[in-house]
Design a protein around this ligand. Structure first.
Ligand SMILES: NC(=O)c1ccc[n+]([C@@H]2O[C@H](COP(=O)([O-])OP(=O)(O)OC[C@H]3O[C@@H](n4cnc5c(N)ncnc54)[C@H](O)[C@@H]3O)[C@@H](O)[C@H]2O)c1
Length: 126
């Protein structure tokens, strides 16, 4: 991986715009290259505020177009799995605002097992 990691943020609601996006922009080792949110108004507002040029309302389209090293995901609980799955399947470093009480927990465990990621920090952080 080069010195600067190319990162996208998925979900541009309260927590991303409060914590993750400012933290990424303050990190000299991170390059925040794109934002995605299913709500066009939310992603455009965040992009204007933080000066991020590339925006998407479809995670799959973003993954197809962008050359990324990792993603930070802060979406509604019910969307954790659908947002994170394609990122993990593409082998991206993935930070997910997930927790033990989140729905679809068993689905997560089974899919991470299939991907051979259950012993990785992705799973261990839960
Ligand atoms: N670690 C912490 O201390 C902490 C603090 C606050 C929130 N969180 C977590 O962060 C996550 C987001 O919380 P929030 O308060 O920012 O919520 P929010 O409702 O403000 O923002 C969530 C955003 O996700 C978008 N979204 C939903 N489904 C999507 C999908 N499939 N693809 C792309 N975007 C999608 C929504 O349009 C919305 O803009 C939650 O899981 C929450 O528990 C963690």
């Amino acid at each position: 991986m080069p010195d600067t990691a190319r990162i996208a943020v998925i979900g541009t609601g309260w927590w991303s715009t409060t914590a993750h996006i400012p933290a990424l922009q303050a990190n000299p080792n991170a390059d925040l290259v794109a934002l995605a949110d299913i709500r066009a108004d939310a992603v455009e507002k965040a992009a204007r505020h933080f000066g991020v040029e590339r925006t998407y309302t479809d995670v799959h389209e973003m993954l197809a177009r962008e050359r990324l090293d990792g993603v930070v995901i802060a979406v509604w609980h019910a969307a954790h799995y659908e947002a994170a799955r394609p990122c993990l399947e593409q082998g991206l470093h993935t930070v997910l605002e997930n927790h033990g009480g989140s729905p679809l927990r068993q689905q997560w465990i089974e899919r991470l097992e299939e991907l051979g990621l259950l012993d990785s920090p992705v799973a261990a952080a839960d």
